[in-house]
Design a binder for this molecule. Structure first.
Ligand SMILES: *Cc1c(COP(=O)(O)O)cnc(C)c1O
Length: 339
């Protein structure tokens, strides 16, 4: 049995998903002629109460396009220190948009309206223009922590009052909504733009969506082409996305349940120093000094379990569609065995 807990991006399409892909109706999407891509964009936009959507190859691209459209060179984007847009997009904020990040130290990746307000610059020639706030939900680097709508609403109000745009990096927004039991429509209302990933917990092979107003998406479409993200018969991938939205959202609670089960086991292991609270499908924990992350990784690999050391003593497990109860039992056995 091969087990992969490195990321929720490692899933392979299910039989049902492959069937949907093989039977997709397609056309050239750069000419706006792919009916399946259009259907996916409209479906996602409707789901979040947005006017329009744009299908892109990755979540990095949807975030970077949003930043590009919302800002001018020399502007500042306010975001948490753990944000994916800052840490894991290759410096794209400056590379693509000539924008700098104003980092806020939030509570496991979550920032407050008060903190945002403190970081908005006044209108002086010598200060950077604060034009965009970006929130991540759930927060990958902070162990899958999530915002509730009530925590976001004051930030949205502040942004409106001060003329800033608000973007959501919702790579795992469905994991967040699984926990809060809040709706996509209530989420969509708060943001000027929303990015969602189909290739994480939802189990599609590739693809992300950017959602917003019609004029925003019109401009985003231009930027997608400039970034090299205009795809042709992308309907084969879009079909996987439609299938994922229809079939793989309701089951996310299973991933969270398995993540909590792993937490319960880890808590009792002598080699564990600390575990971040497990809020969704991501577990981040520290090993004690005697067991370096690289050694732990090696021990598990010998048992055909892939994991990722996140730092010297830090390890991340991510549960997903291809991680079953049988695999959970197997991982539990191995974790006990190496103790
Ligand atoms: C994975 C991820 C993205 C996008 O990553 P891609 O690999 O480019 O699709 C964006 N934000 C967060 C929080 C992520 O975890």
């Amino acid at each position: 049995m091969n087990i992969d807990l490195r990321s929720d991006t490692v899933t392979k399409p299910t039989k049902g998903m492959l069937d949907a892909m093989f039977s997709a109706r397609v056309g050239d999407d750069v000419f706006n002629e792919d009916p399946t891509v259009i259907a996916l964009e409209e479906k996602a936009a409707r789901l979040f109460g947005k006017e329009a959507g744009l299908f892109c190859p990755s979540g990095t691209m949807t975030n970077q396009i949003a930043i590009k459209v919302h800002t001018q060179p020399g502007d500042e984007v306010i975001c948490d220190v753990h944000s994916h847009i800052y840490n894991y997009e290759g410096g794209g904020i400056s590379f693509n948009s000539g924008v700098q990040a104003r980092l806020v130290a939030g509570d496991r990746g979550r920032i407050t309206a008060g903190q945002v307000e403190q970081h908005i610059n006044g209108d002086f020639d010598w200060l950077t223009r604060s034009t965009l706030v970006s929130l991540e939900n759930t927060v990958n680097r902070a162990g899958g922590s999530y915002y509730k709508t009530a925590q976001i609403a004051p930030i949205a109000e502040l942004c409106k009052a001060r003329g800033l745009r608000l973007h959501l990096d919702g790579a795992r927004i469905f994991n967040a909504l699984t926990e809060t039991r809040e709706s996509t429509l209530d989420t969509g209302k708060l943001f000027d733009s929303v990015s969602i990933c189909l290739s994480k917990g939802l189990g599609a092979p590739a693809g992300s969506l950017l959602l917003g107003t019609k004029p925003f998406i019109k401009q985003a479409r231009r930027v997608r082409k400039v970034f090299g993200g205009g795809m042709r018969q992308a309907g084969y991938l879009a079909a996987a996305g439609i299938y994922a939205l229809d079939n793989h959202v309701e089951r996310l609670h299973e991933d969270h349940k398995r993540a909590r089960a792993l937490e319960t086991i880890l808590k009792t292991m002598p080699y564990i120093e600390s575990i971040m609270p497990v809020d969704s499908n991501i577990l981040i924990f520290n090993l004690n000094e005697k067991l370096p992350g690289s050694k732990f990784e090696e021990l598990l690999l010998k048992e055909n379990i892939k994991i990722s050391a996140f730092g010297k003593q830090t390890v991340r497990f991510v549960t997903h569609l291809d991680f079953t109860d049988d695999m959970l039992t197997r991982v539990a056995d191995v974790l006990k065995k190496i103790a």
